[in-house]
Design a binder for this molecule. Sequence first.
Ligand code: FES
Length: 147
Amino acid sequence: MEIKEFLEAFKEKRAGLLPILYAFQEEKASITPKEIQEVAKQLKLEFEEIKQVAEEVVGIQVRETPKRIIKVCTNIHCDVAGSDKLIHFLCQTLKIGSGEISEKTDTAFVATKCFGYCDIGPNLEINGKLYDEVTTEKLAKILKKNA
Ligand code: FES
C-alpha cells in the first residue's frame, strides 16, 4: 500500500497516527517535516505532537529522505534462501541496524516484508529497484555501483 493510500484510509482519524508513522518507518526509516505537516493536516493534529510521537514512540528520524533506501525482504522464502546473511552484511558494512540511517552514506536500511518475487530470492530493493538471488558478494558489488 502506498503511503498516500494509507493516509487516505485513516483520514481524520487520530487512531491512524501510529500505523501511518510505522508505514513511514518501514518505507524509509524517516519522515520529512513536510510529510509531518501533511499528516498533521489530515489527522487534525499538531506538528510538534506528531514529531514527538515519531521520534520517541516509533523511533524514526525527522529529516529529509535518505539518498539511498535499501529494503531487504525477510519473509519466509527469502529468509530460507539467505536474507539473514544479507542483513548481517548490511549491518556490518553500514554500521547500522534495520530501521536506521547511516548519516555517513545517507543510507536507510530496513528489513521488510515480501516483494512478491519469492521464487527468485533472496531479494532486496535499492530505491525501488529490485535485485534478486542476491548473495553477499553480489550485494557488495551492488552497493559499490549504487554508492
Ligand atoms: S519472500 Fe521475499 S519476495 Fe516473497
